[in-house]
Design a protein around this ligand. Structure first.
Ligand SMILES: CC(=O)SCCNC(=O)CCNC(=O)[C@H](O)C(C)(C)COP(=O)(O)OP(=O)(O)OC[C@H]1O[C@@H](n2cnc3c(N)ncnc32)[C@H](O)[C@@H]1OP(=O)(O)O
Ligand SMILES: O=C(O)CCC(=O)C(=O)O
Length: 384
């Protein structure tokens, strides 16, 4: 990191709410509790734990998490419906999300309501929750397709009713980073409200849009572990955190060395394994095979790595395969106590390439060592 940026990002994790809304994912109660504890240890500020209105089973899980006494704020998600909010408050949470759609498309076709009625309904819900002493996030569903002036009117009404922040939802993931930056900046200027960005990844831009929103003045980031969430998912916690650290120079304040551990836990609990190339926590993001990369990374890791693998709980791997160069061979052999120079292993490299091409994959270190010993034996025999 070079120059610091004193801005703070407030982390709102939604793995247990939007993450669990990924079609087909169910977390067992014990898993929800464990994930909440891990997120708390990681240092997130607020955990969106579930939706009590779904019924007794889910409400009891939310209550149990609220009883854990976590450092993080515990938030329950709600429609702008007073009975739903009352169920959340009964669980002992300290914060409620009150959500209602704000685009004309949703208002007309889904809610079968009007702009005016939506504001009225939201205000009643906020006033109810504030009277009960809740921290309130007012969430504008489909905000990215809402009329801008209406959105300002909606946010000002929420603010007047006592809401603590506004969650700007890019519900269908239609934004790009430049538009996100501009909208959030304008909303911030016109409302002076704390703004949370909740981005979806339908066009592969959730992380970029979240970073852009922070640049534009968003105070809160809604994220999920491994980017779980509806359809293509949400902005991944670990990606946004490392991106703000290395692009905006913001201290994310999280125990980043836990990223791999929490990613593995959520992958297992959700039954959604993380691809090996997934940014930040993928098994192979610090794996180097190509000769030029391995040579560079061994001379100075920064040549091909933005940060060290240990920062996020991973380890560097040097892979022997079709694209290897001699530096990699020398390095791996040295790990096994075999000292050779680059020129000594040029013939061996030809054998490595051949083996890798015929197997259509990299070699394990054991396979490479067998090949090495076979090559030595052949050389000895040729001498006789
Ligand atoms: C973009 C998002 O992620 S929003 C969060 C989505 N998460 C979920 O839906 C998961 C949990 N949901 C549920 O368990 C159920 O949908 C419940 C308990 C909330 C409601 O269940 P049901 O009463 O059976 O209604 P159903 O799911 O069929 O339809 C939703 C109803 O809520 C209304 N609604 C939708 N959003 C909101 C809102 N933000 N505020 C108020 N009402 C809303 C719809 O208009 C519809 O009303 P209608 O029955 O009068 O047409
Ligand atoms: O956060 C909300 O309240 C809205 C629900 C949501 O996940 C979204 O709009 O993407």
């Amino acid at each position: 990191m070079t120059e610091g940026n004193s801005k703070k990002v407030v982390w709102v994790d939604t793995t247990l709410r939007d993450g669990e809304q990924t079609a087909g994912i169910v977390f067992a109660r014990e898993e929800k509790i464990m994930i909440a504890k891990l997120l708390d240890e990681l240092g997130v500020d607020q955990i969106e734990v579930g939706i009590p209105a779904m019924g007794e089973e889910e409400a009891e899980t939310v209550c149990e998490i609220a009883r854990l006494g976590l450092k993080a704020s515990v938030m329950a998600w709600n429609r702008a419906v007073i009975e739903d909010i009352a169920k959340s408050i009964k669980c002992g949470v300290d914060a409620v999300a009150i959500s209602i759609a704000v685009s004309d498309l949703h208002i007309e076709y889904k809610l079968r309501s009007t702009r005016e009625k939506v504001i009225e309904q939201m205000v009643k819900a906020v006033e109810f929750a504030k009277k009960e002493g809740m921290y309130v996030s007012v969430n504008g569903e489909d905000a990215s397709r809402a009329d801008f002036d209406y959105l300002v009117q909606f946010i000002m009404a929420a603010k007047e009713a006592g809401a603590d922040r506004f969650r700007y939802c890019d519900t269908v993931g239609i934004l790009d980073p430049i538009t996100t930056y501009e909208i959030i900046k304008k909303l911030k200027e016109q409302t002076s409200m704390d703004i949370e960005i909740h981005a979806h990844n339908d066009l592969g831009m959730a992380t970029a849009n979240t970073v852009a929103a922070i640049m534009g003045g968003a105070t809160h980031a809604s994220v999920s572990v491994n980017g779980l969430g509806e359809r293509a998912g949400n902005a991944a916690l670990e990606e946004v955190a490392m991106a703000v650290k290395y692009t905006l120079k913001i201290d994310h304040g999280l125990k980043q060395e836990m990223f791999k551990e929490i990613s593995d836990y959520v992958a297992k609990a959700s039954g959604r394994p993380v691809p090996s190339w997934k940014p930040i926590v993928g098994e192979n993001i610090f794996a180097h095979e190509s000769g030029i990369h391995v040579d560079g990374a061994l001379k100075h890791p920064k040549t091909y790595e933005i940060f060290s693998p240990e920062e996020v709980g991973l380890q560097r791997k040097i892979i022997i395969g079709k694209h290897s160069g001699t530096a990699a061979l020398v390095y791996v052999l040295e790990k096994y106590g075999i000292k050779v120079g680059k020129d000594d292993v040029r013939d061996l490299l030809t054998k490595v390439r051949k083996a890798s091409i015929s197997m259509k994959r990299a070699l394990s270190e054991k396979e490479f060592l067998f090949l090495y010993h076979q090559w030595i034996a052949e050389k000895e025999q040729a001498k006789r």
